[in-house]
Write a protein that binds this ligand. Structure first.
Ligand SMILES: [Zn+2]
Ligand SMILES: [Zn+2]
Length: 179
């Protein structure tokens, strides 16, 4: 039901002025950087200057540190409202796409694909205050309230399962093709 031709190019929406993300995750103890290593307990980050430097981080710690430093992008995708068909803008954060774009190695180790609008309260609050089409709605399907995009014309809820998942899959595909 969604025609990919209706989407804006997400890469035009991203901030070209922002400094190129550092691909290397700097070591906190020396001038090296963290690389993925495989140990008996699975993958972790170790310093590129090993054995001279023995600094290590878990995959989760490093991911958290990276987001703390870089921030989380807000993605904006245009697609037709599932109900009235008018082109509308959906906005959400998709941390997994940030990783796929800038830290593909981390993205492979950590699947954050379910994190999007309605999962992180503070980001939801920020987006609701910034965009009037984003607000809390009751969903019969989930029997509960959650923050979602809404159509500015017909006010239909643009839910996570259908609308945002479609946007996420579309953006993921674009990133794969670009790489
Ligand atoms: Zn080091
Ligand atoms: Zn609509």
């Amino acid at each position: 039901m969604f025609d990919p031709e209706h989407y804006d190019d997400p890469f035009e929406e991203m901030h070209p002025s922002a400094a190129a993300p550092s691909k290397n995750l700097s070591c906190e103890l020396c001038d090296g950087h963290y690389v993925v290593r495989h140990g008996t307990h699975g993958a972790f980050f170790g310093c590129s200057n090993f054995p001279r430097c023995r600094s290590t981080k878990t995959i989760e710690e490093q991911t958290y540190a990276w987001f703390k430093e870089q921030g989380i992008r807000i993605y904006e995708v245009e697609q037709p409202c599932w109900k009235c068909g008018k082109p509308i803008k959906l906005r959400s954060y998709f941390p997994h796409l940030d990783l796929l774009l800038d830290q593909p190695e981390l993205a492979q180790k950590l699947d954050l694909s379910i994190i999007r609008l309605s999962i992180v309260d503070t980001l939801d609050e920020y987006l609701s205050s910034k965009y009037q089409e984003i607000y809390s709605r009751f969903s019969k399907k989930f029997d509960g309230e959650y923050v979602a995009n809404n159509c500015p014309y017909c006010h239909s809820l643009q839910g996570n399962t259908m609308s945002l998942k479609t946007a996420y899959n579309y953006l993921t595909e674009r990133i794969r093709k670009r790489q």
